[in-house]
Write a protein that binds this ligand. Structure first.
Ligand code: PMP
Length: 401
């Protein structure tokens, strides 16, 4: 008889044969997500030999266990409920969502903001709802942007990574051959999650304006880090030149969910047309409450300064050890090159108490396998030094430095 079913075990074996299988991290060995190490009320963290210190989380400001952020989540759960109960358009709209959206719009300097249930949902829903004829997309954009382009069914032109000259050239070519009626969307991450570099937004704005296109910037890895509460768009003073600012609540804001910020008509259009907003339950109120409070803490506290000094200490130490480190942000990709050497380093780091996973193709190009290192504001100097010791020992054991 013919078999029309699926064999997931065979698919796993294929992955394994191609060295592409992944497994979940050993949760029970992972140390506290982010310790409030600098809070004088808290004991300094002790190191349990069997515990792993996270050096690759996106909880950059270490706010996931901040007292005020946790209290805001609890309060939203008590006052509004643990779940939204329905789509925002049905009965799921709550004061917790509105308060978060006001804070997001204020920090992004836009008229309105809209919360989605994830950054992934924000990207796919927004790009599809804009329904552009042509999308110009950076070659290293995040998978959720790529999926948004697919879902929109638009012709997608990929331009060279962080290269406004290539973008301008490709827009020029299309301008000569395309219809004058076409709508164009240019989309880029601001901080790239695997290379840790920053898009040249001001030059991209110039190119976009030359052709009268729209610009959408994904600030997932920048939100809350580059000005008090803002991202790269605010640091560069571009809030008025970027039509769609998008991001996640799940990284520096230590919560869950995504957002879009822009003009009133843009947000009203998304409320009607973004299918991932319309046909999905509203963001859980505790997540909205936590993100709003995290944004406030990010605006008020000195955690950003501590993050940047940790980044500097770690980068200097890694380079002094002999590792090649890319990027110029809080994300420090330590380039190994070979995939199996990268996975051996990943394993060896774990043996020395550090969790910083190896990243291989297809996530990154062949020959550029790496360990993606990202410190948090809450890491102490001692923890950073212990991480550097682990890299030094593992690097020497594996003959990488
Ligand atoms: N955009 C970028 C650039 C990201 O790195 C991520 C998450 N890795 C997302 C969007 C998706 O955000 P979320 O995790 O909230 O779905």
């Amino acid at each position: 008889m013919t078999d029309h079913g699926f064999d997931p075990a065979a698919r796993l074996r294929d992955r394994e044969a191609n060295d592409l299988r992944r497994d979940l991290a050993p949760a029970e060995r992972v140390a506290a997500r982010s310790r409030i190490a600098t809070d004088p009320q808290n004991e300094p963290p002790t190191f349990d030999g069997d515990e792993l210190s996270i050096f690759a989380a996106n909880n950059y400001l270490g706010l996931a266990d901040h007292e005020r952020v946790q209290a805001a989540a609890t309060e939203a759960a008590r006052e509004v409920g643990t779940g939204a109960g329905a789509s925002r358009l049905v009965t799921g709209d709550t004061p917790a969502h509105r308060a978060l959206e006001r804070e997001l719009a204020e920090t992004r300097r836009t008229e309105r903001a809209l919360a989605f249930s994830s950054g992934y949902a924000a990207n796919v829903g927004t790009i599809a709802a804009l329904n552009p004829d042509v999308i110009f997309s950076d070659e290293l954009n995040h998978a959720s942007i790529v999926d948004g382009c697919r879902l929109a069914g638009a012709e997608t032109v990929v331009y060279d990574h962080c290269d406004p000259a290539d973008l301008r050239r490709k827009m020029g070519e299309r301008n000569r051959s395309g219809s004058v009626e076409e709508s164009w969307l240019v989309v880029t991450d601001s901080v790239f999650s695997m290379d840790g570099d920053v898009a040249p937004l001001s030059a991209i704005c110039d190119a976009v304006e030359e052709f009268g296109a729209w610009l959408m910037v994904d600030e997932a890895h920048a939100t809350g880090l580059y000005t008090a509460g803002g991202g790269v768009v605010q640091r560069e003073g571009l809030s008025d030149r970027v039509h769609v600012q998008l991001g996640t609540l799940s990284k520096a804001l230590a919560s869950q969910g995504g957002y879009v910020a822009g003009s009133q008509p843009l947000v009203e259009h998304l409320v009607n047309a973004a299918r991932s907003f319309v046909f999905s339950t509203g963001l859980a109120p505790p997540a909205a409450g936590a993100a709003r409070e995290a944004l406030r803490v990010a605006r008020e506290s000195d955690r950003r300064d501590r993050l940047w000094s940790n980044v500097e200490r770690l980068r200097e130490g890694l380079e002094a050890t002999g590792f090649e480190v890319w990027g110029d942000t809080q994300i420090l990709p330590v380039i190994v090159g070979d995939r199996s050497a990268t996975m051996a380093l990943d394993e060896c780091l774990r043996e020395h108490g550090v969790l910083a996973p190896g990243i291989r193709p297809p996530t990154v190009p062949e020959g550029t396998s790496r360990i993606r290192v990202a410190p948090m504001a809450t890491h102490t100097d001692e923890e950073i030094d212990r991480c550097l010791d682990a890299f030094r020992t593992a690097g020497r054991e594996l003959d990488l430095v």
